[in-house]
Design a protein around this ligand. Structure first.
Ligand code: ADP
Length: 270
């Protein structure tokens, strides 16, 4: 769908003929537009914390004889600079993933241990909200891939589940094997995501609730990174959710000894 962009060049061939050269620029134009979009979004997102840090530095100087105010401003400054660091890290990660749409020819990865470590690393932030993380099921067979990238993807899902859920709820991580694929699901008891928004949450910088996402330290890139990691593994991510009844994100990855999936259609789209 969409329009076709063609560059046409005309060259006269003697008196009677002309030569028409048509060059299909649709894909190139689309990629350029996407890149410009990304740069515009990134600049916009960076401006917020950078601006805040500047203002807070000024405020600290002005409030020099009020230790309480200084402490308050510097705590906020610390928060903003962490946000900036997280944002820069996610931008780098996403650009790296977008640069290659090749399927990762990785090592054998044991999903059980990647999940166990991801849960372990998210433990502290879960505890702060009184959230329990449970892990059910396991997988004997390895998958082929990059353990660090898969860890990033699984952590992003678990961290989102914690971030958007109310206190004292449960986040369930499930591991199982189905039709030659490993399936890892992350289920929460949070607010859920409406059908109209379910596609869009995988777009770069798309947030259902901007203020809430920023406040909880979200960069708006987490799910976009998940989508690219999965595409680079010949897998996919899907979402089931009903507003008011939580969300389940499911990752599907081909098992090592099965024919690898060739579809990599998602890479580079958003
Ligand atoms: P963010 O850094 O804002 O969390 P993501 O790309 O990870 O960025 O997610 C995009 C948006 O999708 C979030 O801002 C949030 O509105 C929504 N979202 C993601 N995960 C969940 C979840 N488990 N429950 C409810 N909403 C979610």
């Amino acid at each position: 769908a969409g329009q076709l962009i063609v560059h046409v060049r005309v060259a006269p061939l003697g008196d009677e003929y002309i030569l028409l050269l048509a060059d299909d620029r649709t894909e190139i134009t689309r990629t350029e537009a996407m890149r410009n979009d990304f740069v515009a979004n990134v600049s916009h997102e960076l401006k917020t914390p950078v601006g805040a840090i500047g203002l807070l530095a000024e405020a600290i100087t002005e409030a020099a004889d009020d230790p309480k105010a200084v402490r308050r401003f510097s705590t906020r400054m610390d928060k903003e600079s962490r946000r900036l660091a997280a944002l820069v890290q996610d931008i780098i990660e996403l650009s790296r993933l977008q640069a290659s749409d090749a399927i990762v020819q990785g090592q054998e990865v044991n999903i059980d241990s990647v999940v166990a470590e991801a849960v372990d690393r998210s433990h502290l932030i879960a505890e702060e909200k009184g959230i329990t993380i449970t892990v059910g099921g396991h997988l004997e067979e390895p998958i082929l891939g990059d353990a660090d990238l898969l860890m990033t993807a699984i952590r992003n899902l678990i961290d989102n589940a914690i971030r958007y859920s109310p206190e004292h709820t449960t986040v369930g991580v499930g591991i199982r094997q189905r039709d030659g694929y490993a399936q890892i699901s992350v289920t929460d008891q949070g607010p859920g995501i409406s059908p109209e928004e379910q596609e869009r949450v995988f777009e770069r910088f798309y947030r259902v609730d901007s203020a809430r996402s920023r406040q909880t330290g979200g960069t708006g890139l987490g799910l976009s990174i998940v989508k690219h990691v999965l595409a680079n593994h010949g897998g996919e991510v899907s979402l089931w959710s009903q507003p008011g009844h939580g969300s389940t994100f499911t990752l599907r990855l081909p098992l090592a000894d099965e024919e690898p999936a060739t579809s990599n259609a998602l890479a580079g789209q958003t």
